[in-house]
Design a protein around this ligand. Structure first.
Ligand code: BES
Ligand code: ZN
Length: 613
């Protein structure tokens, strides 16, 4: 019986591996005619909340008989199309297909013989899913508007007609015009000088997948941190961010030592307003970062290590489809933790591993079985709806497992070679697995089996071979919690003076699930947790408080939900609130105030919570 089960599993995973990796999420014909370079000429129009202008595609014919170019679009107004044939522009024909609810509308452009380039004149709409337009009120400075793009996974198409798949790559150039008082920046070479005419030019000479083309504009200033790193942000965050992230250069050097050269020259950070829906986004040369990690004590800088790590995993070696996201985020989480170990030491790196594993286990309890698989099935689904910690932490754990089995020396050499051999390529899970066997598993026989790798990649849950890091610091915290619950010590007697944010997070997350209200009050009185200025600690405490019905936090919770738009921090709180009638009413009232300040992506996620009554 047991063997029959394995046989079925193996057969099933084998079948999955046989399918060619086509990207379900694009309706473009990138496997026939592919654009190799795009040029954008756009006006950032804050009044209309739109980008307006043209995109120009340089074409390469993979199929010489191709008669059309198909691009992805979503909610774009297409004005006209021009074709460059024998160095002359002439007008072209196009047809916008009926909208697919997940993928958007396919834009079909008829190609004439010898069409070298295609130009599409268009504008985005105010509701573009990949852009957020902020009023001055929603910024830190309150005087100027701000806008930014967030294109991963399939939102680039909402602000430019493009072959929107991570399976292809383009170089790009751009000319961006905006209000003279503002400055645009892009995931390209940014020059620190402001231009009095409001016209800025950008080039990205390295080929990147379209989801990494990024733009922002606002009252943005520049402050260098080191030769290779700088902060771009509104004035309000400039100094504090430069201070908080001053180890970025050391992080680059640590990663280079471990896994090979940083290939993108400059590495800058753009600090966005608090409504940015993510912690960070690895836009090349210019990661986009939430201000909620400027904690004052560098306690949350693993986020920078994470976005930087994407300069190797994700940006250099890219997932060919969104099913293969784990190759991107799993490797990045692994590299992130190795950077943290190099720069901040083993103790902190292990604490971060343990916290991540605990979070994953918690999340997995509520995750549909199919979404517990790293090589997740996404056909017909919006990748945003399948977003979870699985590709991140299960992916990281898989790599930790391999490291454990083969030893650091061999594993590091393998990872370095993997990045180098696939630099500027997009690969799928099957290609990775073949490479893994060829260069790591087969040359070192007897350590890892097919059953092991299949369990990690193609099966749900957490495999038996899961690594179990332990943190001495957290074991001490466990002992203190137990002593307090057994009434052997008071809270005052617990030596919390030298605790880091990680210990506080572990402490809160490991209090008993059914802790009494009296104890919640005592904790709050002793440690003032409700007023914690660390956004992660506040999040953990607010979540526990909602679960335990500790109502004293409600005013702080309201402020928190209105002040922050980062999905990871707000969504779990709303999820918990909608479970009871009273809290539901509270959540609905607060959301009404908070919603206008949230990004369309965050709005979508929270809207759904109120629909599922
Ligand atoms: N690339 C991701 C953000 C992302 C993933 C956007 C998938 C859209 C689809 C980014 O690198 C990321 O993982 N951010 C995390 C940070 C973290 C795990 C340290 C976040 O925003 O919380
Ligand atoms: Zn990431």
């Amino acid at each position: 019986m047991k063997y029959l089960f394995y046989f079925i599993c193996l057969a099933f995973s084998g079948l999955q591996q046989l399918q060619a990796a086509t990207d379900w999420h694009t309706q473009s014909n990138y496997q026939e005619v592919v654009s190799t370079h795009v040029h954008l000429e756009l006006n950032v129009d804050f009044k209309q909340k739109q980008l307006e202008g043209y995109i120009q595609h340089q074409l390469k014919y993979l199929d010489k008989s191709a008669k059309k170019l198909s691009l992805d679009t979503r909610a774009l107004d297409i004005h006209k199309v021009e074709l460059l044939i024998n160095d002359k522009w002439q007008s072209g024909e196009f047809l916008l297909a009926k909208e697919d609810s997940v993928r958007g509308s396919q834009l079909n452009i008829s190609l004439k013989p010898n069409t070298e380039q295609v130009r599409v004149y268009y504008n985005s709409r105010p509701e573009a899913s990949g852009l957020q337009w902020l009023t001055p009120q929603q910024t830190a400075g309150k005087k100027h508007p701000f806008m930014f793009s967030q294109s991963q996974a399939i939102h680039a198409r909402s602000w430019m007609p493009i072959q929107d798949t991570p399976g292809m790559r383009v170089t790009y150039s751009a000319q961006i015009k905006t209000d003279k008082t503002l400055r645009p920046v892009m995931s390209a070479n940014n020059s620190p000088e402001r231009r009095p005419d409001g016209v800025y030019k950008f080039t990205m000479p390295q080929a990147i997948p379209p989801y990494l083309i990024a733009i922002a504009a606002g009252d943005i200033y520049h402050q260098a941190m080191s030769k290779q790193t700088a902060i771009y942000s509104e004035k309000a965050y400039l100094e504090s961010a430069a201070e908080e992230f001053s180890d970025t250069q050391a992080m680059i050097e640590a990663t280079e030592k471990l896994f090979g050269p940083y290939r993108w020259n400059q590495y800058d950070l753009l600090i966005l307003p608090p409504s940015f829906p993510f912690g960070g986004m690895e836009n090349p040369r210019l990661s986009f970062i939430t201000p909620t990690v400027i904690a004052g004590d560098k306690s949350l800088v693993s986020l920078i290590a994470h976005e930087l790590a994407h300069s190797w995993s994700g940006n250099l070696v890219t997932n060919a489809t969104w099913r293969d996201l784990w190759l991107n985020e799993g490797f990045t989480s692994y590299v992130e933790n190795r950077i943290m170990e190099e720069v901040f030491g083993k103790k902190r790196a292990v604490m971060e591993q343990v916290l991540a594993i605990q979070d994953l286990k918690e999340e997995m309890k509520e995750l549909p079985r199919k979404d517990q698989i790293m090589h997740v099935e996404l056909g017909g689904r919006d990748p945003d709806d399948a977003f979870s910690g699985v590709p991140y932490v299960k992916g990281q754990l898989f790599l930790m497992f391999l490291e454990e089995k083969f030893g650091r020396e061999k594993f590091d050499a393998f990872v370095k070679k993997y990045f180098n051999d696939h630099a500027f390529q997009s690969i799928d899970t099957k290609t990775f697995v073949n490479y893994l066997y060829k260069f790591l598993i087969d040359p070192n026989p007897g350590k890892v089996t097919i059953k092991d790798t299949n369990a990690w990649i193609y099966q749900r849950g957490l495999p038996e071979t899961i690594p179990t890091p332990t943190s001495d610091a957290f074991e001490k915290v466990d002992t203190h919690i137990k002593k307090w619950l057994d009434k052997k010590v008071t809270l005052k007697q617990i030596p919390t003076g030298d605790w880091t944010i990680h210990e506080w997070l572990y402490f809160i997350n490991n209090l008993p699930e059914n802790i009494s209200l009296d104890k919640m009050k005592l904790l709050d009185k002793a440690y003032n947790l409700t007023e914690s200025t660390n956004n992660e600690v506040a999040h953990a405490w607010l979540l526990l408080s909602i679960k335990r019905g500790y109502m004293a936090v409600m005013p702080r919770l309201e402020k928190y939900l209105i002040g922050i738009g980062r999905r990871k921090l707000i969504v779990p709180l709303y999820k918990e609130l909608v479970k009871t009638e009273d809290n539901y009413t509270f959540a609905k009232r607060v959301y009404k105030k908070a919603r206008p300040g949230y990004h369309p992506l965050a709005q979508g996620t929270v809207d759904d919570l109120f629909k599922k009554e």
